[in-house]
Design a protein around this ligand. Structure first.
Ligand code: ADP
Ligand code: ZN
Length: 291
């Protein structure tokens, strides 16, 4: 069965034709322009390919409430012309097929639960630390939506004792995104993250914030796996630092062997490499077809 997937981001759109087993047969990337420019290009990519359903993992905030008048819309983004845009509807109308729709990080979480490092988990979380911070939440075998959808990237954190940086988030200052996303690293140190690889203090402070958030997520969601990725996590030396700090912050409170004895199997990179989001979008398409 052929399915389509879109991983819709603020800078680029990843498009794929694949199947219900997560195989990808064709892939394309186009830059994110305004909808009147980008959407017709995306529709052209899928037209005539014989896909039976489409799945979209979209940057937020989005409306995920079936039955709402704006279900499948991007809601309040400052990105020019994307605010209040009927993303799912545009494709439903043009392609005349079922369209599954969720938040980008939820799609990535779904990809990892279906084919990646969180297979078989009842509860798990997927964190991406890039231009912003997003967190996809899987609880009791379902993606968590709730009131709107989790915005756990804005979890408020304690400052590192040696960090005077006020934070990059205009709403909260010292939230996870404000302290730890790529732009915060760049502003704090005056250089791109990529160029700071050999300064251990940078990654000690960075991993302190990520570990604090993960500790809180463990307490809140009781995940069986914690997957963390995104551009900033390409500094893979942070994995052991984060694991050690999470253990320190938990301080022995949880009686969980995977945390206490095998944390290297617990806080991990995705199993699907750079494709959890686009593969998750294929899964959203498949689920929509079953619904
Ligand atoms: P996006 O969040 O826009 O989808 P990414 O996940 O690639 O994209 O994140 C981009 C951010 O990650 C930028 O702020 C960039 O500076 C940072 N980044 C990318 N590669 C690295 C790296 N190797 N080391 C540190 N930071 C990086
Ligand atoms: Zn914030």
């Amino acid at each position: 069965m052929l399915l389509g997937g879109i991983e819709a981001g603020g800078t680029k759109m990843v498009l794929a034709v694949g199947d219900e087993n997560g195989n990808i047969f064709e892939k394309a990337t186009i830059p994110t322009d305004t909808p009147d420019v980008s959407v017709p290009k995306m529709i052209d990519f899928f037209k005539g390919k014989g896909i039976e359903a489409l799945g979209i993992g979209c940057f937020g905030p989005v409306d995920l409430h079936r039955g709402s008048k704006t279900f499948g819309y991007i809601t309040t983004t400052p990105k020019p012309k994307w605010g209040n845009f009927d993303f799912a509807g545009a494709f439903r109308e043009a392609l005349n097929i079922p369209v599954g729709f969720d938040l980008d990080v939820n799609a990535a979480m779904l990809g990892e639960v279906t084919w990646g490092a969180a297979q078989g988990c009842e509860s798990a979380i997927y964190i991406t630390i890039g231009t912003g911070v997003g967190v996809g939440v899987w609880v009791n075998g379902k993606l968590l939506h709730g009131l709107i959808h989790p915005e756990a990237g804005h979890m408020i954190l304690n400052r590192h004792p040696e960090d005077p940086y006020p934070g990059h988030c205009p709403f909260h200052g010292n939230c996870l995104e404000g302290m730890a996303a790529g732009p915060a690293v760049e502003e704090r140190w005056g250089k791109k993250g990529f160029d700071l690889a050999d300064n251990p203090k940078v990654w000690e402070i960075e991993s302190y914030y990520i570990a604090q958030a993960i500790t809180n997520f463990i307490f809140c969601y009781s995940p069986e796996k914690v997957i963390v990725w995104g551009g900033v996590m390409h500094q893979e030396q942070m994995f052991p630092m984060i694991r050690a700090q999470v253990k320190e912050m938990l301080n022995g409170y949880l009686n969980a062997p995977i945390i206490n004895d095998h944390i290297e199997d617990y806080i991990i990179a995705p199993g699907l490499g750079d494709e959890p989001g686009i593969k998750g979008a294929l899964r959203l398409a498949w689920e929509e077809l079953q619904a």
